[in-house]
Design a protein around this ligand. Structure first.
Ligand code: ADP
Ligand code: MG
Length: 729
């Protein structure tokens, strides 16, 4: 008997790279060709409409219905020239995916036929119903309407035959049901708060942009092998599987030569991303076998979040054309690295100040230090919430598992910046300005920072929030997540902190303190206050866990507990004072996080039970029967002599029996634990029950299954093994 596994292995080995057709022209010529960007607007809109639209996009001017109608007309014309027949409002429900419902560009013409139609009202707002998306109770009442409304700051694009219009998704009563609505509010809040602080240094600053550059990690698995793994198919990760003898020990995959089939996939992915205006730049092999990374050039945060969602869609789609499945799960394989999505974040002004980069003058550098210190303070104040913003059932496998950032949010600054903050903290503000004033000599020698930081090569891979010379890198974000979740929390926290900073400095100024001195005094306070969040050592060590707890940082590792921070006092105050979300919206987000956590584990537990009973036990007992048969026949031929010679097989028969029994008992207990959890009504308590009883039980049973994989005849084993999933491409 041979298993399905050998058939699919045969297929996997037969695959060749798919030839990728290059588009006409150079990359700069096809970049953005599928996007209704300013260039297309200029061509398809009347000049007055174009000018108004630029004001809406760049300056936040109000979009009225008449303008929307005219833009819709031009947008439709362009989309139809591109071959589109349908349009959709494209939005980000709270499921970490994107949603779309396609409608054709047609309406009744009143004469029994149809006409092509796409009015401004369809562009600006729709009611997609979509009542099955999680709303955390916001839509539980009879009034279950949800509206999608156009986000003109992210350009519409054509995918296949459909015009996609980025939208927010809100309830009838105005509560956000998605990621984009609160993200836009968070970006507005940080813009406003940062502009106010920037004006201490440069009165000409009019707008502050938040920038995001993500690095997306992913695995590719041959699609034939994938199809033979129900766990990958249903849950995105392997729920069982004995470690491969070789995995990432030799570090020979990291930055290695990219395999040909993968290279073809990457090439097509990059071309399609470029056509959608996504500036893809970097690609390389990652640490684990069959793990890769893609990073574009950073963009404004809202657009960058949209682009990340689009890239994940493209990855899944294009991988299939190349005979792969793209795994975006944070931990598809036990024993090798999981996948994250580093979020490189910074702020910059409309007139060229990079607020996370040291500048050339003393003023520039005081501005730089102001923003760094306020960011650190915000991260310190809300370290628990930031962790909640990136935590999920899937990312939980990665955080704290000695590979990715630990489940404690701290910040690495590097030696130079640490020294700088330490010396700023110690020098008294008065002294600093007396010296600067009298002799012109700058005590902190701040103009020298650029050179120091440019040479600052020290890096700390274990830090979840590391300063990397001109930005902070939030590394705890999960590969599958919508970046917006982390970006909402971070930008709002920084906005709140900048508002508080401004208030404190203004108060000092009002009481007669010189402006610069007031700023320095406040910074000194914040440097001292935020010190517990600064940590440059090894984030994986047990000493750090103990030390972090002493410092009062949040060390919780249980996801349902971590989610609670959305509604703790400090978070509610932060979100409400900045106008980003109200208590009802936050409570809803909590409910949804618990609900999704429960459902994900529930699905895993069901597949797990099925695989254990339908795949593993039949194969193990079948092999055991072969062994029993052999023992009987040996006895028949050799008589008493067989007792000694069959000892190994008898031992194996017993081992298999024990593992099979443990699996059967375990699955029964797993089902019982689920039954108990399922009737719990409270979402938090239900999630906790899954965390405490279902998750550990699966781990326990997995141990017995993986042992069987080591024992059972390789020819019988039905599931593609780790060595095959990880090394065939
Ligand atoms: P790493 O060394 O961490 O692999 P990369 O050079 O690959 O970093 O860049 C990571 C990401 O950081 C890219 O998307 C890049 O565009 C982005 N990035 C660079 N500078 C900034 C900045 N000032 N603000 C935000 N993102 C930035
Ligand atoms: Mg990085």
């Amino acid at each position: 008997m041979s298993s399905l596994r050998f058939d699919v292995l045969g297929e996997a080995f037969k695959k060749h790279p798919v030839e990728v057709k290059l588009p006409d022209g150079r990359p700069d010529e096809y970049f953005g060709m599928n996007v209704f960007n300013k260039e297309k607007m200029f061509k398809y809109l009347p000049s007055d409409v174009y000018a108004k639209m630029v004001d809406v996009m760049d300056k936040g001017a109000v979009m009225d219905r008449a303008l929307a109608d005219k833009v819709a007309e031009g947008m439709k014309k362009w989309a139809m020239d591109m071959g589109a027949t349908h349009y959709t409002h494209w939005f980000h429900p709270l499921t970490d995916t994107t949603a779309e419902k396609h409608d054709a560009f047609i309406e009744h013409n009143g004469k029994g036929g149809v006409i092509e139609e796409f009015e401004g009202k369809l562009l600006a707002q729709q009611e997609p119903d979509a009542s099955s998306f999680p709303s955390g109770g916001i839509r539980a009442t009879f009034e279950a309407r949800g509206y999608s409304a156009w986000d003109p700051t992210s350009p519409a694009f054509v995918m296949d035959d459909t015009l996609c219009i980025p939208t927010i998704f809100i309830s009838y009563t105005g509560e956000a049901l998605d990621y984009k609505a609160p993200l836009l509010k968070a970006l507005h809040a940080v813009d406003k708060a940062a502009v106010d602080v920037c004006r201490y240094f440069d009165p000409d600053v009019k707008k502050v942009f938040s920038y995001l550059g993500w690095e997306q990690e992913y695995f590719l698995v041959d699609d034939s092998l994938y199809a033979a793994r129900p766990d990958l198919l249903m849950s995105g990760r392997t729920l069982m599987g004995h470690n491969s003898a070789k995995n990432q020990q030799l570090d020979d995959h990291y930055f290695g030569a990219i395999p040909e089939r993968v290279q073809a996939f990457m090439k097509e992915l990059e071309i399609e991303a470029m056509k959608l205006g996504i500036p893809t730049k970097t690609r390389h092999n990652e640490v684990a076998p069959n793990q890769f990374e893609l990073a574009p050039i950073f963009e404004e945060t809202n657009l960058s979040c949209d682009h990340n969602m689009l890239v994940m869609t493209l990855m899944r789609k294009i991988a299939k054309k190349h005979g792969f499945q793209c795994l975006l799960h944070e931990k598809p394989f036990d024993g090798v690295n999981g996948s994250g999505k580093h979020n490189n974040w910074s702020l910059g002004t409309d007139n060229g100040h990079r607020l996370m980069s040291p500048g050339k003058t003393q003023t520039d550098n005081l501005m730089f230090v102001t923003f760094v210190v306020n960011t650190l303070t915000a991260v310190y104040r809300h370290n628990a919430l930031l962790k909640a913003s990136i935590m999920s059932a899937t990312n939980a496998h990665r955080l704290g598992a000695n590979e990715a950032p630990p489940a404690i949010i701290s910040s690495f600054l590097g030696r130079q910046l640490t020294d700088l903050l330490d010396s700023l903290e110690k020098s008294s503000g008065d002294e600093l300005f007396k010296i600067a004033g009298k002799t012109g000599k700058k005590m902190l020698d701040m103009p020298q920072i650029p050179e120091l930081l440019i040479d600052n090569t020290d890096r700390n891979r274990t830090s979840p929030f590391a300063f990397t010379g001109n930005r902070f890198e939030f590394r705890a974000v999960g590969s599958e997540a919508n970046c917006a979740s982390a970006m909402i929390a971070l930008n709002t926290a920084v906005a709140e902190q900048l508002m508080d900073f401004k208030k404190a400095v203004d108060k000092l100024i009002a009481s007669g303190t010189d402006k610069k001195e007031a700023i320095i005094k406040e910074l000194q306070k914040l440097i001292t206050y935020s010190k517990p969040v600064r940590f440059d050592g090894n984030g994986y060590s047990d000493e750090w866990k103990a030390e972090a707890a002493r410092r009062g940082l949040d060390c919780e590792t249980c996801p349902p507990e971590i989610f609670k921070h959305y509604t703790c006092h400090d978070s509610v105050q932060m979100f409400e004072s900045t106008g980003v979300m109200n208590l009802a919206e936050l409570a809803a987000r909590n409910e949804i996080k618990w609900e999704i956590y429960t459902k994900k584990i529930q699905i895993e537990a069901r597949i797990f039970g099925d695989m254990a009973i339908n795949h593993i036990i039949p194969v193990a007992t079948s092999y055991q029967s072969n062994l029993i048969d052999n023992v009987y026949k040996m006895k028949g031929i050799l008589g008493a002599e067989a007792d000694e010679l069959s000892a190994t097989n008898i031992d194996l028969i017993k081992k298999i029996a024990r593992h099979v029994k443990a699996i059967e008992d375990g699955v029964n207990q797993l089902v019982a634990a689920r039954k108990v959890a399922n009737v719990i009504e409270n979402e938090y308590e239900k999630a906790m029950a899954y965390y405490k009883t279902v998750v550990p039980k699966m781990e326990e049973i997995r141990h017995d299954i993986d042992k069987l994989e080591e024992i059972v005849d390789d020819r019988l084993w039905p599931l593609p093994k780790y060595r095959e999933l990880l090394f065939i491409c």
